[in-house]
Design a protein around this ligand. Structure first.
Ligand code: SF4
Length: 168
């Protein structure tokens, strides 16, 4: 939003640097290009294509966990894969976020009867946003990013409020 629309012309806006950083972070969420199963085609490949165009939201994929802010877990996580998911998560720098995309990543999905399937990736890494569906539409993944942006901005406000309370 233009500053003059927010506050009137020739005015100044004071903001804590922490809020500014979180605002910047929330508008440049780079996700790791990493897909486990069919959800990856819908959520990562379609969403990054020209029709849905995640780039305009500042959401790009990166090929290294060391340059990624977000891990989209797109697919069924089995016990063999769980170790790799955890290792990749650990290699991402802080702050980092996780989106569980689809029924499989959220709860085990249609494969939850199988003994080698993990009943949701939140058993391995902390999840910030869950996207329902099998497979979810790319619009749902986009919506998940909008929710994640809200969460990141709200966190900055909570941190500052907690600090104010401690100072009193
Ligand atoms: S939720 Fe459906 S589309 Fe996604 S990985 Fe599982 S089976 Fe495939």
């Amino acid at each position: 939003m233009a500053l003059d629309k927010l506050t009137g012309e020739n005015s100044m806006l004071f903001i804590k640097s922490e809020q500014l950083f979180d605002f910047a972070r929330s508008n440049s969420l780079w996700y790791m290009s990493f897909g486990i199963a069919c959800c990856a085609i819908e959520g990562l490949m379609s969403a990054s294509g020209p029709r849905f165009d995640f780039d305009r939201m500042g959401v790009f994929f990166r090929n290294s966990p060391r340059q990624a802010d977000v891990m989209i877990v797109a697919g069924t996580v089995n016990k063999k894969m769980a170790e790799t998911v955890k290792r990749l998560y650990d290699q991402m720098p802080e702050p980092k976020w996780v989106v569980a995309m689809g029924a499989c990543a959220s709860t085990g999905g249609p494969f939850r009867e199988y003994p080698n399937v993990v009943m949701g990736v939140d058993k391995i890494v902390p999840v910030d946003v869950y996207v329902p569906g099998c497979p979810p539409r790319p619009e749902s993944v986009q919506y998940a990013f909008l929710e994640l942006q809200k969460k990141i901005r709200a966190k900055a406000g909570e941190r500052l409020a907690a600090r104010r309370d401690n100072d009193q």
